[in-house]
Every structure is written in structure tokens, then in C-alpha cells.
Design a protein around this ligand. Structure first.
Ligand code: HEC
Ligand code: HEC
Length: 295
């Protein structure tokens, strides 16, 4: 009997040792990946300062996902604050105290939004630059012009920080939160399609609005979204409930936050931002979603 307990002790001890060893490995690899610096030569984009460009930039920001994470005044939100995982605030984008505008050059703005890299050369966390990557030079220029014109709001946030457990999850790859790892730096930046009510332009809008971040890369939905509080995300492509709607029902859903069957959308779907899209933009998205259903 004593022998049995001795062996049990050795087996359990080795198992615990292995688990600790694996966790340590994941922790270390996450730390190395989080601290890695990238040197990417971002395209030089001339940031306009005329009121028409600023107005266009405002329309992009108000109808896109930025405010969903950076808050209505764009001065940032706590975004992820979890005693188990860590603190990843979405930063203050204004020129107030703690805001990036007072620290950023035009090149820093482009590198952050298009390539997910901060001025120190490190990857941004959670910020979905791999989708904003698709913004054309001219649309991105308008967006930055608008952000630079925001009224200053003083709001200071701490630097992003994971707990050791959070780092182990990053090491495992949960949520793909190290944004630089989601971007293909060697690709030639794709030209943007001409604006219009076309499926091709709709695809551009789906891309830059980060619909795929939640609805899945193939828009087939996501049963287990990275945010455990969020409901399962329905698909938007062929075979989904959405594919059975009319164009008018789709537009009505995004504008009112209530589906044709009367189900209200939750706060996990940024419809209060997307409802600011123009009719033509929503029609283009609808055409693109339908082109998927036809396949
Ligand atoms: C899903 C949430 C989310 C969305 C949507 C989002 N951001 Fe962010 N953003 C973040 C987080 C989180 C950070 C902080 C990242 C960090 O500190 O590593 C951030 C950081 C930034 C930064 C600062 C980068 C730096 O070097 O500190 C800029 C600029 C920025 N976002 C612009 C935008 C713009 C413009 C949009 C809309 C086109 C947008 N963000 C949409 C979450 C988001
Ligand atoms: C931050 C995550 C997120 C993003 C980004 C997002 N969605 Fe959603 N969406 C959801 C969630 C979650 C639901 C499930 C409904 C609910 O309970 O809110 C949903 C539901 C929907 C629905 C209703 C589907 C149904 O079957 O009832 C439509 C339509 C939709 N989204 C379209 C879009 C489009 C178009 C985009 C991009 C312009 C987009 N979504 C971007 C999270 C997101």
C-alpha cells in the first residue's frame, strides 16, 4: 500500500510539474510576442485639413466601429477590465490629457490604424487594425483628419497589462489579440474599389467595418465568441436567417436594432454605430451579403 501511494505521489507530482512547465512556456512565449517590436514602413499619407475631408472622416467614424470601443466622445473606455485577465483600455484618441493626438505624428496615426503598431513599435492589443487595413489612403486620410480635429477630452488610461493567467491565454492563442500577428505585412496594400451601390464596394464596407471580427472570417457566424458575455453570433451568409430577409428588412434592422421577427439586437452588435451608414452603403453591404448567398 505504501508503495502505491509513493507511485501515486510520483505520478501526480510529475503531472503537476508538466502543467506548471507548460504554463510557464506559454507565459514566456506570450511575453516575448507582446514585447516584440516591428519596423514597418507605412505608406506616407497626406492628411487633409479642409472641412469637406473632415466631414467625410466624421461620417466614417460615426458609422464605423471606433466608438463601440473608444466611447462616444472617443476619449477611450476601459474596454477589457477583468481581475482574471488584465486591463486593456481602448485609448483616448483626442488631444486632451492622456490622448494620443498630442503624442502622434501623422505617420504614427497611419501605423496604428492600418498596421496595429504603436509609436514604440509594439503590437496593439485587441484594436482591430487587420480590418481597418483595407481603408484606402484617401478614406484613412479623412478619418485621421477628423480625429485630429476632435475637441480635447482629458482622460488618462493605464498601459495595457495582462495578468499571468491572461498571458497564458494569450500564449494559447485565445482571441488572437496580438493584432500585428493578424496582418500580412508583405502584401501590397489593395486599392479600394470605386464607391457605389455594388457588391464589390459592399465587401469593402464589410471589411473596414470589421463585421468579420464577430461574424467570422467567412461571415458564417461564431458559436463561441471570444467575449464569453456575448451571445452566439449569427451568420450573415448563405443559409442564415438574414439571407431570407428583404433589402428593406436588412436596412430596417440595422437602423432600428430590431430584427424582422421582432428580436432586439444586444449591445454586443454595434448597430447604434452602423445605423449611421447611408442608405447606399447599407444597400451595397446587402448586395455583397447576397452575392455570398448565391454561391
Ligand atoms: C474592438 C475594439 C476596438 C475598435 C472597434 C477600435 N479600437 Fe482602437 N483601440 C482599441 C484598443 C483596445 C486599443 C489599445 C491597444 C493597446 O494599447 O495595445 C486601441 C488603440 C487605438 C489607437 C492608439 C494606438 C496607440 O499607439 O496607442 C488608435 C489611434 C486607435 N485605436 C484608433 C481607432 C480607430 C480610428 C477606430 C475606428 C476606425 C478604432 N480604433 C476602433 C480597441 C478598438
Ligand atoms: C462587435 C461584434 C459585432 C460586429 C463588429 C458586428 N456584429 Fe452583427 N451581430 C453581433 C452579435 C453579437 C449579433 C447577435 C444579435 C444580438 O443579440 O445582438 C449580431 C447580429 C447581427 C444581425 C442580425 C442577425 C440575425 O440573424 O438576427 C445582423 C443583420 C448583423 N449583425 C449585421 C452586421 C453587419 C452588416 C456588420 C458589419 C457592418 C456587423 N453585424 C458587425 C455582433 C457584431
Amino acid at each position: 500500500m505504501r508503495k502505491f501511494f509513493k507511485w501515486l505521489g510520483i505520478v501526480l507530482g510529475s503531472l503537476i510539474g508538466l502543467i506548471v512547465f507548460a504554463a510557464l512556456g506559454l507565459y514566456l512565449s506570450a511575453s516575448i510576442r507582446l514585447n516584440k517590436t516591428y519596423s514597418v514602413q507605412a505608406e506616407t499619407i497626406t492628411i487633409p485639413s479642409d472641412s469637406a475631408s473632415i466631414e467625410r472622416g466624421k461620417q466614417w467614424v460615426e458609422s464605423g466601429a471606433c466608438k463601440y470601443c473608444h466611447g462616444d466622445d472617443l476619449a477611450g473606455t476601459a474596454f477589457l477590465e477583468d481581475p482574471m485577465l488584465g486591463k486593456i483600455p481602448a485609448r483616448n484618441l483626442t488631444s486632451g490629457k492622456g490622448g494620443v493626438e498630442s503624442e502622434f505624428t501623422d505617420a504614427d496615426w497611419v501605423r496604428a490604424i492600418r498596421y496595429g503598431i504603436n509609436p514604440q513599435g509594439q503590437s496593439l492589443i485587441i484594436m482591430p487594425s487587420s480590418y481597418f487595413y483595407y481603408f484606402s489612403d484617401s478614406d484613412l486620410g479623412d478619418i485621421i483628419a477628423y480625429l485630429k480635429s476632435l475637441p480635447p477630452v482629458d482622460k488618462e488610461w493605464s498601459d495595457p497589462e495582462f495578468t499571468p493567467f491572461g498571458k497564458i491565454l494569450v500564449g494559447v492563442g485565445v482571441g488572437n489579440v496580438i493584432e500585428t500577428e493578424n496582418i500580412n505585412y508583405v502584401a501590397v496594400h489593395p486599392p479600394a474599389p470605386t464607391e457605389g451601390v455594388t457588391a464589390v464596394y459592399g465587401e469593402y464596407l464589410v471589411e473596414v467595418s470589421a463585421c468579420r471580427m464577430c461574424h467570422g472570417e467567412d461571415l458564417a457566424g461564431d458559436e463561441n465568441p471570444p467575449n464569453p458575455a456575448a451571445p452566439a453570433v449569427p451568420g450573415l451568409a448563405a443559409g442564415s436567417e438574414v439571407a431570407s430577409w428583404s433589402e428593406a428588412e436588412f436596412i430596417q434592422t440595422i437602423r432600428t436594432g430590431v430584427t424582422p421577427s421582432g428580436r432586439p439586437l444586444t449591445e454586443f452588435m454595434p448597430w447604434t454605430e452602423f445605423r449611421n451608414m447611408t442608405d447606399n452603403q447599407l444597400k451595397a453591404i446587402w448586395l455583397y451579403l447576397n452575392s455570398l448567398s448565391a454561391e
